[in-house]
Design a protein around this ligand. Structure first.
Ligand SMILES: C[S@@+](CC[C@H](N)C(=O)[O-])C[C@H]1O[C@@H](n2cnc3c(N)ncnc32)[C@H](O)[C@@H]1O
Length: 287
């Protein structure tokens, strides 16, 4: 007998994770464009006694910083470079309408940062540790030489770095994000940002890292972003930048606020540091 057995249609449950846009969550939890702009303007002015005018952001992702900068200052022109067309397109679609005509001063290049041609700029920025993808010494040195060639005579390179004993280890950190808005002013529903450092290799400093997002209904976006990095130490970075031809390399690091029991958000130039178990800061290369 031909028995046809019915199968119930699976209803896909709508969850906060399914409704979420990972780029919105990333911008809300990882980036602080306004704070970056204030800090970089201050450091650049301190070094060059002039205002920043032209900026190239390597590994720009959604290029939020490029758009924020032209919105904040009508004399600024930015170039964003990323080889992922999907993320660049997302940035253009979501950010360009917010800044109106200023979008003409944002140039996005879907190219490899090692070969992308742009005019020489005042500042070249590579954030969120993106240069850690270059794991071989020669690769990183060659990238640093490229950054130098993309800067004009007043040029300054800005990159972030992470260090401290707990950065050189597996780690898992959660942060509640509950008071953020998108670039166009829409409220971002509360979520938990999870940073996972997995399989840190003490010998090579290779590390796999993930960003997960978790929501109030229990749903999750696991491994929304994955990274395969070598965690270069501050002195390795400094030595390679000097070898690449930078004339000076400085570290801007924040202190600890005992009253707040938190970092003080005051990034100042330091030549000695023993404040925290795990920290991030900025490395500044002067052409
Ligand atoms: C960690 S995200 C950084 C996003 C942004 N810069 C930030 O600060 O949050 C790294 C980005 O680098 C891009 N990327 C990685 N290697 C690249 C390369 N060789 N050339 C251009 N883009 C690259 C990826 O597509 C990704 O969007």
């Amino acid at each position: 007998m031909n028995q046809k057995r019915g199968k119930r249609k699976k209803k896909s449950k709508s969850t906060l994770a399914k409704a979420a846009d990972k780029h919105v969550l990333y911008e809300a939890s990882v980036q602080s464009a306004e704070a970056y702009i204030e800090l970089l303007n201050k450091i650049y002015k301190g070094i060059r006694k002039k205002k920043l005018r032209t900026i190239r952001e390597d590994f720009c992702g959604t290029a939020r910083l490029c758009y924020e900068w032209v919105k904040a200052d009508k004399k600024i022109e930015t170039w964003g470079v990323d080889f992922d067309s999907e993320v660049l397109e997302w940035g253009k679609t979501n950010h360009a309408p917010v800044v109106g005509d200023a979008a003409e001063r944002v140039h996005l290049l879907c190219e490899d940062v090692r070969t992308a041609q742009t005019p020489e700029v005042d500042a070249l920025i590579a954030f969120n540790f993106s240069y850690y993808i270059f794991k071989q010494r020669d690769e990183l040195l060659s990238y640093f030489r490229t950054t130098l060639n993309n800067l004009n005579d007043r040029g300054v390179l800005f990159m972030d770095l992470m260090a401290g004993p707990k950065s050189y280890d597996d780690d898992y950190e959660e942060r509640e994000i509950d008071d953020e808005v998108t670039f166009d002013g829409n409220e971002v529903p509360p979520f938990t940002y999870v940073w996972e450092q997995d399989k840190f290799n003490q010998l090579t400093h290779d590390m796999k890292c993930y960003i997960h997002f978790e929501f109030e209904d229990g749903s999750k976006l696991k491994k929304a972003f994955s990274y395969d990095w070598r965690i270069w130490t501050p002195m390795e970075i400094r030595d390679l930048l000097l070898e690449a031809g930078y004339s000076e390399v400085d570290f801007y690091l924040q202190g600890w606020d005992d009253e707040e029991d938190d970092t003080d958000d005051n990034f100042v130039k330091r030549i000695e540091y023993n404040e925290l178990d795990a920290w991030f800061g900025y490395v500044v290369g002067i052409k």
